[in-house]
Design a protein around this ligand. Structure first.
Ligand SMILES: Cc1ncc(COP(=O)(O)O)c(C=O)c1O
Length: 424
């Protein structure tokens, strides 16, 4: 069966490309209920005296073949803990991606560190190693690599830069469960890495996060940083640096532990569906999926594709609206709400701590700093992407994209409409 991409757009009164509704996603079940009931029955919600958070830490570290996992209250907390454990002096610069969630940056700023934004690669939207090199200064003390949308960044190059300039590499894996770079899991290559368990991630306990490391000293400092610098292991209460309370509760730990049972299946399903959609989009002129380099495994936190505006004659926003009308939820804004992170007011006005320019010092952030990232918002479409999608969902999504692409391509040229083959 083939779909006719010259069919009238839903926006203009035609039938929606998404002919069948998406099925409901069910994320939590009996195991979560059982573990939660065990916690309630134990009458202990505090992690240090409970079992679920410790068990979750042990299992997650084992899954990633890392020595230590420190569970915490959010992905933002996890990045903060990772940077806090490194004990970088305030005023140090940390290079990170121009396209990332604010959660990558909150802890960085609270530590008095200065983010320096590196431009992204035009085909992956992950940080470009050449751009990272151009951001290095005498003040650079670390590189925070963000694995964007479930695609591992090119870690080899970042690790090389780290070795060359003696800089620790921190991995932000909030979007990157199960994604691999040349056979290695994202989160196992840097000196310390951070994950998120927020509602939107592959797995969730409402809000939560974890830090992975193989370094015993970093584990110790991270476990203090999460807990007001109380030395619970030694039964000492004499804080010697400033640290927040980012504890994970036993209730979060119970749900997180149950979610671990599903993560491999979720990643495999998303990967298979993503590859199928990539194949279908190959037949559609004017759109190209995010490039997954050979030997990389995408885990499709999001599904991204790029528009060839020379062929399509439309703004990404117009494309996104027409596609949404076809019943395919999407947006042209990316995770940062329509602009690279450094164009947020907080950076433009240098108002992290209102009333001062701390911690930015003399550093200013300007439009034009990262041209590839800025152009991405005119060319890329982002779709939420879920493991419970069926093959038919994927075919209808591809059909919707094909219809919209055909419409915008035909605005200037009358061409034979592309068709999308169903493989089912
Ligand atoms: C790349 C990245 N880092 C950090 C975070 C922060 O995670 P959380 O929302 O759990 O605080 C997110 C969340 O979206 C993220 O996408």
């Amino acid at each position: 069966m083939t779909f006719d991409c010259s069919e009238k757009l839903a926006l203009h009164g035609g039938p929606q490309a998404k002919r069948t509704p998406f099925s409901k996603r069910k994320r939590h079940g009996d195991l979560e209920k059982r573990y939660l009931a065990e916690v309630i029955d134990s009458d202990m919600l505090f992690f240090f005296s409970g079992t679920k958070v410790f068990e979750f830490q042990r299992r997650f570290a084992e899954m990633y073949d890392r020595k230590y996992c420190i569970a915490c209250s959010s992905g933002t907390a996890a990045v903060h803990i990772a940077l806090g454990a490194l004990q970088l002096p305030p005023g140090s610069e940390v290079i990170t991606s121009a396209i990332t969630d604010m959660g990558s940056l909150t802890g960085l700023l609270y530590q008095g560190l200065v983010p320096v934004f590196a431009d992204v690669d035009a085909d992956t939207l992950n940080m470009d190693p050449a751009a990272v090199r151009s951001c290095l200064t005498k003040k650079t003390r670390a590189i925070l690599v963000v694995h964007h949308s479930g695609l591992a960044a090119g870690m080899d190059s970042f690790l090389d830069i780290g070795r060359e300039f003696n800089l620790p590499i921190v991995e932000d894996c909030a979007q990157a469960y199960g994604c691999k770079c040349k056979g290695q899991l994202a989160g196992t290559m840097g000196v310390i890495s951070a994950f998120s368990l927020n509602h939107f991630k592959h797995i969730t306990c409402g809000s939560g996060g974890m830090v992975l490391t193989n370094d015993e000293r970093l584990r110790y400092l991270a476990s203090l940083f999460l807990d007001k610098c109380y030395q619970r292991e030694e039964k000492i209460r004499n804080p010697f640096f400033l640290a927040p309370n980012y504890q994970m509760t036993e209730l979060q730990g119970a749900v997180a532990l149950a979610q671990l049972e599903r993560v491999v299946e979720i990643v495999e399903s998303r990967n298979r569906l993503g590859r199928k959609l990539n194949q279908l989009l190959e037949q559609i002129p004017g759109v190209s999926p995010q490039i997954v380099p050979p030997d990389y495994q995408q885990s499709y936190f999001l599904y991204l594709f790029k528009l060839d505006l020379e062929k399509l004659h439309c703004a990404a926003r117009e494309f996104a609206e027409a596609l949404a009308s076809e019943g395919v939820p999407n947006e042209a804004h990316q995770i940062t709400g329509g602009r690279p992170t450094y164009l947020y007011d907080l950076f433009q006005k240098r108002s992290a701590f209102p009333g001062s320019n701390y911690p930015f010092g003399t550093r200013v952030y300007s439009r034009g700093d990262c041209p590839v990232a800025e152009a991405a918002f005119e060319r890329w479409i982002t779709m939420n992407f879920y493991e419970h999608y069926t093959d038919r969902d994927i075919e209808e999504i591809a059909f919707g994209i094909g219809k919209v692409a055909h419409h915008f391509a035909a605005r200037s040229a009358s061409k034979k409409p592309p068709s999308v083959e169903r493989t089912m």
